[in-house]
Write a protein of this length. Structure first.
Length: 142
């Protein structure tokens, strides 16, 4: 599986992702738990809001530019969806995965949590990614 396919799987698992920053965090969890073969390629490092990957950021930007990912601002929140064709591709890829149910549960749970709650979990289980965090003090207060 490549990075673009993983993005399609992630968004297809819940129909949309709520919040731009969550995309990176959910992908981090998916790679760590279910797609370890991608770890070297995506190379996450601690950044201002937790784990960050330049390769994933480039892929996401290209997917937006090419109309595969469709960001839409609703009030103060961004919703990120897939084009119809990409959604069908993501669903097909998801259906082929051994851990489909676990992946869907992780994406839906993470998507429904506040960013602070999601980051608190990541910083708890992966403290090395809190190193450069600009919001660590706010996250651990919860």
């Amino acid at each position: 599986m490549n990075i673009a396919d993983l993005v399609k799987v992630m968004v297809a698992a819940d129909g949309k992702i709520i919040g731009k920053t969550k995309i990176m965090k959910i992908l981090f969890l998916l790679v760590d738990r279910y797609f370890p073969e991608l770890k070297e390629r995506v190379d996450f490092f601690p950044y201002q809001f937790g784990p960050y990957s330049t390769e994933i950021a480039k892929t996401i930007n290209a997917m937006i530019k090419n109309g595969v990912l469709i960001p839409e601002k609703k009030g103060n929140i961004w919703e990120i969806r897939l084009s119809d064709q990409a959604l069908e591709e993501g669903k097909k890829l998801l259906d082929q995965l051994e851990f489909k149910e676990d992946i869907v549960n992780l994406v839906k749970e993470s998507n429904n949590e506040s960013l602070r709650t999601l980051l608190a979990k990541i910083y708890t289980y992966y403290p090395e990614y809190a190193y450069n965090s600009r919001i660590l003090a706010h996250v651990v207060e919860e």
